[in-house]
Write a protein that binds this ligand. Structure first.
Ligand SMILES: *Cc1c(COP(=O)(O)O)cnc(C)c1O
Length: 382
């Protein structure tokens, strides 16, 4: 097994991801397919490792944001269905076709191009149509001309128009309902023209839990796969997969009045014990938690002292006198045993949970747990 070359690492529990996937499958039932969203390196969990786990536990499709993400998964898994939910420029569509990747499109031009490339490479390109019901990010605008254009796409030879989808802005129940109704109206218009789709989908994690009535026959959950909860009305039992850990690299006693870190933004109010830990903002730990956050040592909270540096930060260990160099530090976890939970952390840092985990950097090794044991270590840097 690969050696752990740093004290700082994230532990990723694949058993928890399997547990979450099974519960999502149970929630939606057999008639709703699951496109598991593994963009942003599976929200920091490692897309290739997570891909196998989700596909073995109820997922039908893998969804990513970009072509390079799709290719990374394709290289390892030759027969998984992979959907690129984002835009791929014309000049790169040949990679999509050659690698049997499903592409999101919202123009007749790209549909024609994909069809031609399919003929050239002897493939039948598969596409999902993106229909914009109000988010105003990607997709055909909601109007009659768009319906006509989609109908033309459906009539192009050598292209499989497998799906149509939209995305909710989650701007409140009424707005979500309005978007859903616009989507259904578009689907109905197309059906009148004799066009139907194998897959229709509009729901992400939050909406899939909160609005069972909008699941259609496919959902695109991301966050809930990793045990990240953001839903308001529904319920789903989940286990967070990720825990960020490190070890104390230095402990010292300082006198009352001494400053710590850049600009001395923290000063000792009493004789204090300061611990240094080898994690900084370059590891994806938010610098905005300077003087705000805490980590956990021996089951106790150790407040962050002063500005967070690029590679290190200091904590106040004065009330944890047993702490010594080499001791384990839980940087964040699920909130149990006095650990920092992602929700609290996101609020303190002025961001959301997905941003925190998707920004865990390459320098942080991933340690995978499977069947309760360390099963693999991935270090992207070495
Ligand atoms: C990221 C994304 C998702 C998944 O979002 P979660 O909130 O993590 O479930 C679904 N659909 C699209 C189009 C996305 O970009």
């Amino acid at each position: 097994m690969e050696q752990l070359l740093r004290d700082t690492y994230v532990e990723i529990n694949l058993d928890n991801i399997a547990y979450n996937m099974k519960n999502i499958k149970k929630m939606v039932g057999e008639n709703v397919k699951i496109a598991a969203v593994l963009k942003a390196d599976a929200y920091g969990h490692g897309a290739v490792e997570v891909a196998g786990t989700v596909m073995e536990n109820g997922a039908d499709y893998i969804a990513v944001a970009t072509l390079n993400e799709a290719l990374e998964i394709r290289e390892r898994f030759h027969d998984y269905r992979i959907l690129i939910m984002g835009f791929t420029p014309d000049r790169l569509l040949e990679y999509v076709v050659k690698n049997d990747i499903t592409q999101t499109i919202f123009s007749l031009r790209q549909a024609r191009l994909l069809s031609e490339l399919g003929i050239k490479y002897n493939k039948l390109p598969v596409v999902h149509i993106k229909y914009d019901t109000g988010f105003n990010r990607l997709g055909f605008r909601d109007c009659t001309e768009s319906i006509e254009e989609i109908a033309s796409i459906a009539n192009i030879e050598n292209i499989n128009v497998e799906g149509i989808f939209s995305h909710l802005a989650l701007a409140g129940r009424e707005e979500d309902e309005r978007q859903y109704n616009r989507f259904i109206a578009a689907i109905d218009e197309l059906r009148k023209r004799g066009i139907d789709f194998k897959y229709k989908h509009i729901e992400d994690s939050i909406s899939a839990v909160d609005y069972p009535e909008y699941r259609l026959n496919m959902i695109r959950p991301g966050a809930i796969i990793y045990g990240i909860k953001g839903f308001h009305y529904g319920h789903l039992d989940l286990k967070q997969a990720l825990t960020f850990k490190t070890r104390i690299s230095h402990v010292k006693e300082i006198s009352e009045g001494e400053g710590v870190s850049y600009d001395y933004l923290w000063r000792a109010q009493r004789k204090s014990i300061i611990g240094t830990i080898p994690i900084g903002y370059a590891d994806g730990y938010p610098r905005s938690l300077s003087n705000k956050g805490f980590v956990t040592v021996h089951g106790k909270k150790a407040p962050i002292a002063g500005l967070i540096c690029m590679d290190q930060l200091m904590v106040d260990l004065t009330d944890i006198p047993e702490a010594k160099e080499g001791d384990e530090v839980i940087v964040y976890s699920n909130g149990e045993n006095n650990t920092m939970d992602l929700n609290t952390m996101a609020i303190l840092a002025g961001t959301n949970k997905n941003e925190i985990i998707s920004r865990i950097s390459r320098r942080v090794p991933r340690v995978y747990i499977k069947n309760g044991e360390v099963f693999k270590i991935i270090d992207y840097v070495k």
